[in-house]
Design a protein around this ligand. Structure first.
Ligand code: GLN
Length: 285
């Protein structure tokens, strides 16, 4: 890619380069990278096609485009992603929040509709903290614990907790699932575990396969290993009448619902995501 003088020209070349690298949303991504390079909103960039780029701006933009050309996710390049209209810092140590996971938020909020309730919430494998912090944001009387096995992920969750002003209601703990929680019990448990079957690794988009943390993605031959580990043991962390909400992958909802049934959960329900895929399985403990 050669350099260009105006924002409009640079955008056009970047979009071509990204298309050539197999990026689906090349034009949009080019615009978002330009906005990031110039410190503008995406609309701001759109309105300034004739803006002449300074040498430093150009260089900054081109280095961002190079990263995207290598198929690094946009979220990691710009360092954040929106989830439930909140902004979450993202790094290579965390799974990028996905719209699918908003299905869990909807299901959990519907099951606990009282805005002011002093709920206790546990998020197992919190990553960016997006599930826990969104629920705390929506339920101002609640408090919560996020656990993650990765200290680097917890650093990101901590930054997000502070940025959202939720540090007085949030505790973050380094723990292999619930190992460090002793006998603490919660009203609401959310969990987006790894669930991609190992064999699907080669069919994943490079953004996921090459850049997201593998331990947040893969879980054995059928992708169900994390549920097998978690479900038999999870009731001890639920208060009576408490509920657990698991995110699941394509075609996994029935298997996970069965596991919850075997573990003695009642009122098991599956919620679909916007694509009509069973995405959240909940049960009452
Ligand atoms: N939904 C993610 C994907 O398909 C997987 C996340 C996960 O395993 N929890 O890339």
């Amino acid at each position: 890619m050669t350099t260009a003088d105006t924002a409009g020209e640079a955008l056009k070349k970047a979009a071509q380069a990204l298309t050539g690298a197999g990026v689906d949303s090349a034009r949009l991504d080019a615009r978002l990278l330009m906005a990031h390079a110039l410190g503008l909103s995406a609309e701001g960039v759109f309105g300034q096609p004739d803006r002449v780029l300074g040498a430093e701006e150009k260089e900054r933009f081109l280095s961002l485009v190079e990263k995207r050309r290598s198929r690094q996710p946009l979220s990691q390049i710009v360092g954040c992603r929106e989830f439930w209209s909140l902004e979450f810092a993202v790094t290579t140590d965390t799974l990028t929040p996905r719209p699918d996971s908003e299905t869990l938020i909807e299901a959990a909020l519907a099951a606990f509709p009282d805005k002011g309730a002093d709920l206790t919430i546990l998020d197992l494998g919190t990553g960016t903290g997006c599930l826990l912090l969104t629920l705390l944001h929506e339920r101002p009387g609640a408090s919560g614990v996020g656990v993650d096995i990765s200290e680097a992920a917890l650093d990101v969750a901590r930054a997000n907790t502070e940025a959202l002003g939720l540090d007085n209601r949030t505790r973050l703990i380094a723990s292999d699932w619930g190992a460090e929680l002793a006998d603490q019990r919660f009203d609401l448990i959310v969990c987006n575990p790894p669930y991609i079957p190992e064999g699907d690794r080669s069919s994943l988009m490079p953004e996921v396969a090459s850049f997201e943390p593998p331990h947040a993605l893969f879980a054995g031959a059928d992708g169900l290993d994390a549920y097998r580990t978690l479900i038999p043991d999870i009731k001890k962390h639920l208060r009576t009448g408490g509920r657990v909400f698991f995110e699941v992958g394509i075609d996994q909802a029935d298997a996970v619902a069965d596991m919850l049934g075997h573990a003695g959960f009642d009122d098991i329900d599956i919620s679909k995501d916007l694509a009509g895929i069973g995405r959240c399985v909940q049960g009452c403990g």
